[in-house]
Ligand binder design. Sequence first.
Ligand code: FEO
Ligand code: CA
Ligand code: CA
Ligand code: CA
Length: 602
Amino acid sequence: GADDKKPVSRLGFSAIAATVADSITVPAGYTTQALLPWGTPLMDGAVPFRTDASNSAAEQARQMGSHHDGMHFFPIDLKSGGSSSTEGLLVMNHEYCDPDLLHTNGPSPLPRPLAEVEKELAAHGNSIAHIRLNSAGEWQLVEGSRYNRRITGATHMEIDGPLRAHAAMKTLYSPQGIATRGTLNNCSNGVTPWGTYLTCEENWAGVFINSGVQPREQSRYGVPDNEDDNYYHWHTAAPVSDLAARFNAAPQADSAEQDYRNEPNTYGWIVEIDPFAPDSTPVKHTALGRFAHEGIIFHPPVEGQPLVAYSGDDSRFEYIYKYVSRDAYQQASAGSHLLQNGTLYVAVFHDSGRGEWRALDINDAAFKQRAGEAGIHFDSQADVLLNTRLAADVVGATKMDRPEWGAVNPMNGDVYFTLTNNSKRKQDQVNAANPRAKNIYGHIIRWAENERPQATAFHWDVFWFGGEAGTNQPAYGKSSDAASEIACPDGLRFDNDGLLWIETDISNSSPLLGSERFGNNGMYCADPVTGDFRRFLSGPMGCELTGIAITPDQSTLFVNIQHPGEGSTPDNFTSHWPDGGNSRPRSATVAIRRQDGGKVGT
Ligand code: FEO
Ligand code: CA
Ligand code: CA
Ligand code: CA
């Protein structure tokens, strides 16, 4: 087949060496520019970032949020059919915050001051930044643009799909169960065929607490039952504010309409944002299922066929899902309705290399039978979706090594997913799709759907194993050399030419990070046709690489540097990127361009 030929390499750069430099390293011939760091004034009336982190909550709410993650570049002329590569809306997630860096002296002890809690909520969410390339080849924020916008952990949002107005969504904030406040822990993202942005709620469970008896829609997702496991202790805020108190999910009143016992049910979804409509209300799409959504990736739509998308649940031993819309995609009428009604499937990877998608559908005969055999009762499709993980357990889905990003190869429709690592897998838990016990290096799996994207059968193989030479887990894939050694793949995206960009997230708690072999986290470029696999970029100390956005002409590739200097304390910064000197480290975007203006990577 085509994969066996060895054409001339399409990668036009030399691999860089692993490094622990506290800076961005790229191949010769490339330039990099850090832009839009945490705290950058974004909206009208925003004040400058104060280097001692003393900006207030209200100020933070008009500045760039913290911990940049998934991201997309929308050409400014997209709605009129254009494809500008010099002006657009850069939309991104702000996954979380680090209170040691967000406040001048770090977080105050419990109970948390409300002003700190409000600032932390304001640092989460999303930014929409209108940017333009100037004649010097630098990207700049278009100040005063009506598109510049922040969405935070307090922004009003609508709930749609099968859970809209369901009893499980009723809260004091929305007694009808049709709205909630904020989106949190937004990791990767997606972009719809109709030009909107999808932001995905991943590790939301940890912001809640319920020390009482938890219903399954909390316990199966790991809502903490004690203060030690809770991330920020927002529920302790003093003075009491229901913006903060809502994170305690223990019943406080007589009914769900009078307290926040259902607040966690309004999280764990994929949220749609229209960046071109600054006054639009974000919408949580419950038909796409509820879990620790890493991201969502669409198959290129086919006129008259259902729309197909994939989403991974990034937690150890969790699953990969596929959504197939009920209605056919028609370009002329495509929109949110395609995300409101559909069937959610979960993947079973058989050891033979075949795979199947099993429906999580209360009207599906096989699902009903398996639920009955397991003694698990769902009273409606809304109940199935609210408890997506449990429904996937029931049908015997394959437990994966932390599914992170997905990407679809534009050349042949193959779907690739990163499985970042799983140190907890034991030898008696391995399967062909997750074949390594104590998988500290991760791997990349791929599959091809049988005939059409909406098929319920597929065939799969492993594209690449992370690892290192000289160990019992060597790196291997289509070729292998020192530059091809990779650990903990996370961010993933194909460019229009079918080159695969892979970002790494080796944890600061892993001895692999900062090692001679791997250096700091970075980005690699792989060519599935030739087997080329090269390190392209190394990030500053303590960061992970995440977020990949590419202009239509591929002359600028944007990445996000998340948590540089992770582990810093208010009096000891372990990175000073991007500002240098003795500065406080800040997450930021990096624009990468070739000095000759050509396509990045080639
Ligand atoms: Fe937020 Fe799975 O990375
Ligand atoms: Ca990730
Ligand atoms: Ca990760
Ligand atoms: Ca992260």
